[in-house]
Ligand binder design. Structure first.
Ligand code: CS2
Length: 486
């Protein structure tokens, strides 16, 4: 039995480690959602700046699960970041998380922390579905379980928006500065989305609160990018081998990392630019590029790859048909973007393909396929509608959507069922169960899923016909390939 990672003493010599004194840090950031992505991204940028400015250690809070915070807690917040490429794997121990908290066990504790003026930034990686965004209106989804519960009981919240508003209410009541909410989720205009949802929620508590938030709280948008597969036993084994310590919070990621941040904070921020972040006045063009080119192609490869039996994204890159489809998709996505100074979209696409090809990264198609109803709009449907409006055929978008529809049937090509892992899974299953088994019937049934497909798409029979045709090879007896005409 190796010793648990709990201090920086006795680590193998090759391990990169914090160069600052952890006991001299003070907390400046409260982070909601301490999953692998946050530990490969924001926590690392922050680790980089703590040597120069010790005011920004992180308190990581999980709203639902308890495992990650328990593992981190047993390790005094320390964990190993493995960076993998074909040349090998390097290990670095990150020290920026000083405290952890499970809100499901102690909700009042989280409210106290949100009211503490030492917390100047509340950052979020909670996934798209946690926001309570109604894609039809871009506003608050009153039927979202957390939103409904928190509006009924705003002093005892359980969801993201409820906690943020309750924290701001406490700050205002005490005459304190607000904190800066910092969304790091894959939503276009993530800061603006968070602002709108927060304001709509606050409005229901009282117009004065809404006004105060509107006037005093900045909601910077950010574009975040680092491919981070879920940890596996191999991650934990490699962390142990490289550090000499057992680490149940270890994560693995790729060498590439990007963070573009709208520079608008109410009470200071770490000098993240010194760790490589790009501070800008408007993030939207970067977000669109990343969501449409990287994430759009990721979703396309995840659905078609999963159906074809490819376990990892790197395997889809060995499939010449899928690889060229992904390349074509990136080109089509790029044509929906406005030019971005200093960025050549062809070069960006080539770099994305190389990242997807990284043989050292085992990123499951099934992981990316999750939560399709939350991901499709910004990744595939809005750009498809814009491509059509520009007179293009939006073919690769139709093929990607057909892939999602095939995936939504919930059985693999051998007829084995799998869990869809989508907040609308029950609705989808009911729709699919009542649809015919041929491609066009399935497509027509899923097009009617309320609120998902924009009318510009469903009212365009040429495009919906493309989706139906791409699904055509599908049949109850022989579910399988969803290759469109390439
Ligand atoms: C992926 C993203 O799971 C997914 O939906 O597309 O998590 C992707 O790996 C990251 O956005 C990369 O920055």
């Amino acid at each position: 039995m190796t010793t648990r990672l709990q201090t920086l003493d006795g680590l193998s010599a090759s391990v990169i480690r914090p160069v600052y004194r952890r006991d001299a840090l003070t907390t400046g950031i409260l982070h909601l959602g301490p999953g692998a992505f946050f530990r490969a991204h924001l926590a690392v940028y922050t680790d980089d700046v703590l040597a120069k400015d010790n005011r920004w250690s992180i308190e990581a809070v999980s709203l639902r699960s308890t495992d990650v915070v328990d593992h981190l807690n047993e390790q005094n917040g320390l964990y190993t970041l493995l960076t993998r490429d074909t040349a090998g794997t390097t290990a670095r121990v990150i020290g920026s998380i000083m405290k952890t908290h499970a809100a499901s066990r102690d909700p009042a504790g989280l409210l106290t922390r949100l009211a503490d003026p030492a917390i100047r930034i509340v950052s979020l990686t909670v996934t798209e579905k946690a926001y309570g965004l109604d894609p039809r209106t871009g506003g608050l989804d009153l039927a979202h379980p957390d939103i409904a519960a928190d509006l009924a009981n705003p002093t005892q919240p359980r969801g993201v928006i409820g906690y943020i508003v309750a924290g701001l209410v406490a700050r205002r009541a005490q005459g304190l500065n607000p904190f800066t909410p910092l969304s790091c989720d894959n939503l276009p205009g993530n800061g603006a989305v968070l602002k709108r949802l927060t304001l709509e929620f606050a409005e229901r508590t009282g117009p004065a609160l809404r006004r105060w938030i509107e006037e005093t709280v900045p909601f910077p948008s950010t574009m975040v990018d680092r491919i981070t597969p879920a940890s596996t036993d191999e991650t934990y084994a490699d962390a142990r081998r490289l550090t000499g310590r057992t680490d149940r919070a270890a994560i693995e990621t790729e060498p590439f990392s990007q963070w573009v941040i709208e520079d608008h904070f109410v009470d200071g921020r770490p000098a993240w630019e010194e760790a490589g972040a790009l501070m800008v006045s408007d993030v939207s063009a970067y977000e669109k590029m990343k969501l449409r080119m990287l994430n759009g192609a990721h979703s396309l490869l995840a659905y078609l790859g999963f159906i074809a039996g490819h376990e990892f994204i790197r395997d889809t890159m060995q499939d010449a048909g899928l690889k060229s489809l992904a390349e074509r998709h990136m080109q089509a996505a790029a044509r929906t973007l406005d030019p971005l100074a200093g960025i050549d979209f062809d070069e960006y696409a080539r770099a994305l393909i190389a990242r997807f090809e990284n043989r050292a990264i085992a990123h499951r198609t099934y992981q990316i396929a999750m939560d399709g109803t939350q991901k499709l709009p910004q990744r595939l449907l809005q750009p498809a509608a814009e491509a059509l409006a520009r007179g293009e055929n939006a073919e690769t978008f139709a093929i990607a959507v057909a892939g999602w529809m095939r995936y939504a049937l919930g059985t693999d090509r051998h007829g084995n069922p799998y869990d869809l892992r989508d907040p609308r899974a029950a609705e989808i299953a009911a729709i699919v169960a009542n649809a015919g088994r041929d491609g066009p019937s399935v497509a027509r049934a899923l097009f009617s899923l309320p609120g998902l497909f924009p009318a510009d798409l469903t009212a365009n029979p040429t495009w919906t016909g493309r989706v139906e045709r791409a699904l055509e090879p599908l049949s109850a007896a022989q579910p399988g390939s969803v290759r469109g005409p390439l």
